[in-house]
Design a protein around this ligand. Sequence first.
Ligand code: DX5
Ligand code: ZN
Length: 212
Amino acid sequence: MALISVSLLAGDFLHLAGDVEFSCEYADLLHLDIMDGVFVPNISYGFPVTDAIASIATKPLDTHLMIVRPENYVERFAKSGADMLSFHLNATEKPAEVVSLIHECGMKAGIAINPDIPVERLFPYLADCEFVLIMSVFAGFGGQKFIEETYRRVESVKKEILRQGADCLIEVDGGVSGKNAGALKSAGADILVAGSAILGAESPIEAVLSMR
Ligand code: DX5
Ligand code: ZN
């Protein structure tokens, strides 16, 4: 069993309420992608949108920060209703402090890494994080092709989590669909993020079911 987190980046921004309601009914989490145009070469959306989503969401908000100096915004995202907050390991000089700050603000903390960062760099933080986010595409854009190497990366992290006896979930994000969901779960993934495979599908309900 894995939780499904719908990336609203693939939603219809003129009618986002519909996508939020759909995701709350059929999925487990809402994935909010925050991009600053500095850490990644794209800009997504900010507080007016996250506040609005939070006002009608009935499932937890899984907020993924792709911004530099995430520490400056942890409190504000807590205020904006985030339940889970992840940031990229190389976006800050003090990852351990950011994790503590996220906890002080009452949220679950996650550390994300792009496909070019060795998974071993997550190992010192596994005991302190509720989850880690392994990118299966380079952060910045929805609709990219899944990188196959991800399976081995998930397996390595899973093995280390078990070795340490850590209580840490593995989230996978980017190019995830019904085609790779089963293999990702077998590799050890606990949370599957999908945007275009669900909200861009002819039948989003079927797409969620195929991932389950
Ligand atoms: C990419 C984002 C992803 C993205 C996933 O930078 O972090 O969450 O929206 O979109 P799909 O599922 O379309 O690859
Ligand atoms: Zn994301």
